[in-house]
Design a protein around this ligand. Structure first.
Ligand SMILES: Cc1ncc(COP(=O)(O)OP(=O)(O)O)c(N)n1
Ligand SMILES: Cc1ncsc1CCOP(=O)(O)O
Ligand SMILES: [Mg+2]
Length: 235
């Protein structure tokens, strides 16, 4: 993986830990209640609702923002960086079908948090880093109840992805039982939906993920700079 270009270095804290993605929930009051129960244990929240039309998505982002602000948790919008911009969210997560990350960076500015899905591809991570990504996401690590057809990534790829110098996010089928193995493979953030939101006790489940970060790690190559939201875009 090539070294990222050394240009401007705006910094924003991307804490290691639990990156929660919202469940598909049409009832906004219920969404707020479910997220509110666990937001204090999250480092990042992504609004992802594949059941929402544009109006509901907009309303739900607007409803989540005060909750996130009150808890000091950045809110990212899945798929739609324009919605993130319109609602004043902290950033967006973009997959391969979700538009141009460089255009999102140019519009949202240097302090936005922009995530890129890399699936199992280190080449995608290189391209995302060059386009101004704040983090690179890999997965699915395990079979995902939420997205059963998601392509899979091997743990070795997570380890190698640390060469990007960006925080490495892991997603897909991560449970409290396998979380530690993913952290040991090189993940800075564990992105989770069902493991928290479908748990009988979501607060206890979120706490179990956080314990995966507690024990000292064996040395990992090319330690990321987890405090840098992004450090190599051209603006
Ligand atoms: C943190 C994180 N990683 C990966 C994804 C998947 O994005 P994408 O491939 O665009 O798939 P959808 O989430 O849109 O179904 C993600 N959302 N978040
Ligand atoms: C959006 C996405 N991309 C790959 S797997 C996945 C879903 C993650 O959800 P879960 O934590 O329930 O497996
Ligand atoms: Mg997407």
């Amino acid at each position: 993986m090539g070294a990222p270009a050394a240009t401007a270095t705006p910094v924003r804290d991307l804490r290691r830990g639990l990156y929660l993605l919202t469940p598909d929930e049409r009832d906004t009051a219920r969404l707020l209640s479910r997220v509110g129960a666990v937001i204090g244990q999250a480092s990042l929240l992504q609004y992802r609702n594949k059941l929402a039309d544009a109006a509901l998505a907009r309303a739900q982002v607007a409803a989540l923002l005060p909750l996130c602000r009150a808890n000091g948790v950045p809110l990212l919008v899945n798929d739609d960086w324009r919605l993130a911009a319109a609602e004043g969210a902290d950033g967006a997560h973009l997959g391969e079908d979700d538009g141009d990350l460089a255009a999102a960076r140019a519009t949202l500015g240097p302090h936005a948090i922009l995530g890129a899905s890399c699936y199992d591809s280190l080449a995608r991570a290189d391209a995302a880093a060059a386009a101004g990504a704040s983090y690179v996401a890999f997965g699915a690590c395990f079979p995902s109840p939420t997205k059963p057809a998601a392509r899979r990534v091997a743990p070795e790829v997570l380890r190698e992805a640390r060469r990007s110098g960006l925080p490495v996010v892991a997603i897909g089928g991560i449970t409290p039982d396998n979380a530690r193995s993913v952290v040991e493979a090189g993940a800075d953030l564990l992105a989770v939906i069902s493991g928290v939101f479908d748990a009988t006790d979501p607060v206890a489940a979120a706490g179990a993920y956080l314990r995966a970060f507690e024990a000292p790690l064996p040395p990992l190559p090319h330690a990321t700079r987890p405090m840098a939201a992004h450090r190599n875009h051209s603006k």
